[in-house]
Design a protein around this ligand. Structure first.
Ligand code: SF4
Ligand code: SF4
Length: 468
């Protein structure tokens, strides 16, 4: 029997490999995004106050989110690779004000989960998508937070433990087709300096403290390729893998509460974020405000999103784990049961975000960028080709969107069912049968149905002038 061929190392591909290894390659990508960020800050702070006419709101809430989600699906975490927020961070690292490590108690995903939930709450409460000014402030806040945290702490706590965009990207990249690994594990055994993680006088080591020969997951990998440049043995590889390779690997993730709860939260926020754009949210808000006797929308929304994004995933996840453990008659902790099944939620969770950001907002509004740019040029006395046509938006017939969203959710659901069954069957010493998988199947089915119900309700457009 032949051994499977070694995975293709993209760093050895003719042109792409040279580009990826290029010393200034990352800086070049970061500078491009930095210029884009400066343009968005400028228009956000000084441009038209109407969201559909402002570059900041249209590009961030339509194009950035849409392109990001397709990139994560077909390539990987290329946004973190080219992230402009880490540019001032590099300066901060040189300042290295205190040299402290990030507190041990916070070296987990709980802060990231809390910040992610707070971010989605702020998004709804302050209507970030409708305000160029708030959008610009959010961009600025990212730069400041990345700079301050990197200046105070020695590692890269902003990316690994705080940044909500990074958290979203890490969770999504668990089903991306690119991953860092090493060519020859035996070389690493005799490697003295472990420069891929430690760095050297000339090169940076891994900012998020990943050790290349032990990487089994894209979680926390920013694809910065610092490990590639640091390894003196040219032993680091960037491989193409099956998108489900990580979530079907029982040993890919540590059995930690925070990591596995993060995936459930990632799935539920995908639905609640869309729920914030459909009519029933207003009825729920009014009802809850009446029950609480308050008109404070911030408090009402905080309670709704804390329930939908944290209480519900944790409660239902633990409930499913408890029933599943009882049905399988396994004597193990709930943490172990949850860790066996939570990775199966990643494909459906990602499908929900893909259907919403990519299948709906991006496909229905991508062309809105044309009149917004024309308007920007005209406002600044630059002759634009033609007058803005504010009806531009969809890049395909709108009647196609519902079937596309349905197809994406069904594909994600099928992939999740496959991963669930695979992980259960791989259990040792005894495979786990269909009966004990039932609570998880019901939960996945409930999520898929909830996605379709919410996505098929009339949805507010965010950041574009086009209304369906
Ligand atoms: S990847 Fe390179 S630097 Fe890291 S342990 Fe292996 S040989 Fe050493
Ligand atoms: S593993 Fe390599 S590519 Fe990933 S974050 Fe660390 S240094 Fe960057």
């Amino acid at each position: 029997m032949h051994a499977p061929p070694p995975p293709k190392n993209l760093l050895n591909a003719p042109l792409l490999g040279r580009l990826l290894r290029w010393r200034w390659g990352r800086l070049f990508g970061q500078m491009l995004l930095l210029l884009a960020a400066i343009l968005l800050l400028y228009d956000g702070f000084t441009g038209p106050p109407l969201a559909p006419e402002n570059l900041a709101t249209v590009i961030i809430w339509v194009h950035y989110r849409g392109i990001l989600i397709f990139t994560l699906l077909f390539a990987g975490n290329l946004f973190c690779m080219n992230c402009p927020f880490t540019l001032p961070r590099t300066l901060a690292r040189k300042l290295s004000l205190s040299g402290k490590r990030w507190p041990r108690q916070l070296r987990n995903k709980w802060t990231a989960i809390a910040v992610l939930i707070l971010y989605f709450w702020l998004f709804e409460w302050l209507d970030l998508w409708a305000s160029p000014l708030f959008t610009a402030w959010i961009i600025l806040a990212y730069f400041i937070a990345a700079f301050v945290l990197e200046a105070v702490f020695t590692e890269s706590p902003f990316c690994k433990y705080v940044c909500p965009l990074g958290t979203f990207n890490f969770a999504s990249a668990t089903i991306s087709p690119l991953q860092i690994t090493v060519n020859t594990p035996s070389t690493c055994k005799t490697c003295v300096g472990k420069e891929c993680v430690n760095g050297s006088n000339q090169t940076l080591g891994c900012g998020t403290q990943l050790f290349a020969p032990r990487i089994t997951s894209n979680m926390d990998c920013t694809l910065c390729l610092d490990c590639v440049r640091a390894c003196p043995h040219d032993n680091v590889a960037l491989i193409l893998r099956h998108p489900l390779a990580e979530v079907t690997n029982a040993n890919a993730w540590p059995r930690r509460w925070d990591l596995n709860i993060l995936i459930l939260v990632f799935a539920f926020t995908g639905i609640s974020n869309a729920f914030g754009m459909v009519p029933p949210i207003y009825a729920l808000e009014a009802w809850l405000a009446g029950v609480l006797g308050t008109n404070n929308e911030g408090i009402v929304l905080l309670l709704i999103f804390a329930a939908l994004n944290f209480a519900l995933p944790v409660g239902l996840g633990l409930g499913a784990a408890w029933i599943s453990r009882a049905l399988s008659k396994q004597s193990e902790s709930l943490r172990v049961t949850l860790s066996r099944y939570a990775p199966a939620f990643a494909p459906l969770a990602f499908a929900g975000w893909l259907a919403h950001y990519g299948g709906f907002h991006f496909l229905s509004s991508a062309l809105a960028i044309i009149p917004v740019f024309q308007n920007f040029l005209l406002d600044h006395g630059i002759t634009a080709p033609g007058q803005p046509d504010w009806s531009l938006g969809p890049i395909m017939p709108l009647s196609w969107l519902d079937p596309i969203e349905l197809g994406i959710v069904l594909a994600g659901f099928a992939a999740s069912l496959y991963v669930l069954n695979y992980r259960a069957r791989q259990n040792r010493p005894k495979p786990i049968g269909l009966g004990a998988q039932l609570p998880w199947i019901v939960l996945l089915l409930g999520l898929a149905v909830a996605m379709l119900i919410v996505f098929y309700l009339p949805m507010e457009m965010r950041g574009s002038a086009f209304f369906s």
